[in-house]
Design a binder for this molecule. Structure first.
Ligand code: NAP
Length: 306
């Protein structure tokens, strides 16, 4: 492996691929490490209706495949491996790979994205894959004519619930408040779908079952009482946590683990290290904003190296 590289991009979502496209076109010969889930969160979605440039809905996995091909076409080296450790303390930074290789690099763009957040209840791990999931697109098919619930009130919960109506007989949308934060268009679709049943002001307090999840205990906050709901499946859609474990102690983060960048910039607390996309953004978290930040990071890298 030729060292040191100009720029190493960690992560393969819209931020990572866009950073790759821009830095490749600036003749920086970028290397992109795609990680455990190449393509990121968009690979576990279906219809994407808000990525500009496409009149009709496109598929998330297809969009990511296109970004990957475009990055390669303009000269990105893509390594299908995982980063296990980083060392950013010297001006030439070190990125340790799962396959034993070590990349030395003048700059790094962190675009590792975010992962589904779980409730943190007892038995949650045990039931994952046994009636409990955080991805309707991946697991919805197993719930044909079954009764399921989605927990959450944001866009993800709304989209998951609507997607599940294609398979399930009933979909409960359980939200801890009496108002969704999902976009209006999604709220309208939910309200107009006869399979969707809302349970407001309610939190899940227990997962119940032996090998498979059979029911959940609910706490109704307004009535201050519990109830039990029999279900075949539960989908958690309560937001995300940034994938920043690798970078603890290396770059500054906020209390939730999001990487802090300078205002109007992707520059982190360390010179030569940039962060783009969901790993640093808890406000917008869109494919298009992540792509925009990937572009910014590549332009900042180009300026720094020159
Ligand atoms: P989100 O917008 O942060 O919503 C998370 C939801 O989960 C909120 O309704 C929140 O309740 C609830 N929640 C959080 N912690 C909880 C807990 N411990 N127990 C119960 N409920 C809990 O997350 P998201 O829906 O995953 O969306 C993330 C971002 O991606 C957003 O910016 C969203 O717009 C974007 N996104 C966009 C699209 C699209 O454009 N089509 C699709 C999916 C996601 P509260 O409301 O009470 O806080």
């Amino acid at each position: 492996m030729a060292n040191p590289k100009n720029v190493t991009i960690i992560g393969s979502g819209p931020a990572g691929y866009t950073a790759a496209i821009y830095s490749a076109r600036a003749n920086l010969n970028p290397t992109l490490i795609s990680g455990l889930q190449p393509g990121g969160q968009l690979t576990i979605t279906t219809d994407v209706e808000n990525y500009p440039g496409y009149e009709n809905p496109i598929q998330g996995p297809w969009l990511m495949e296109q970004m990957k091909k475009q990055s390669e076409l303009v000269g990105t080296e893509i390594l299908n491996t995982e980063v296990i450790k980083v060392d950013f303390k010297n001006s030439i930074k070190k990125v340790y790979l799962d396959d034993g290789n070590i990349i030395e690099t003048k700059t790094v763009i962190i675009s590792t994205g975010a992962q589904a957040r779980w409730l943190g209840l007892e038995n949650e791990k045990k039931f994952q894959g046994h009636g409990l999931s955080a991805c309707a697109t991946c697991d919805g098919f197993f719930f044909k004519n079954k009764k399921v619930a989605v927990i959450g009130g944001g866009n993800s919960a709304a989209e998951e619930a609507l997607f599940l109506t294609k398979f399930a007989s009933e979909v409960f949308l359980i939200h801890r408040r009496d108002q969704l934060r999902a976009e209006k268009i999604l709220q309208d679709r939910l309200k107009n779908n006869p399979k969707i049943k809302f349970i407001w002001n309610t939190e899940v307090s227990k997962f119940i079952g032996d090998q498979e999840l059979k029911s959940i205990e609910l706490f109704h906050k307004d009535k201050n009482e519990n109830s039990e709901l029999d279900l075949d499946g539960v989908f958690i859609a309560i937001g995300h946590v940034p994938a920043t474990k690798l970078f603890h102690g290396q770059v500054d983060m906020d209390s939730e683990g999001y990487i802090i960048t300078k205002p109007d910039s992707t520059e982190t607390s360390l010179i030569g290290v940039y962060a783009a996309g969901d790993v640093k953004d808890k406000v917008y978290r869109q494919a298009i904003t992540a792509a925009g930040m990937g572009c910014m990071a590549a332009l900042e890298v180009e300026k720094y190296l020159s």
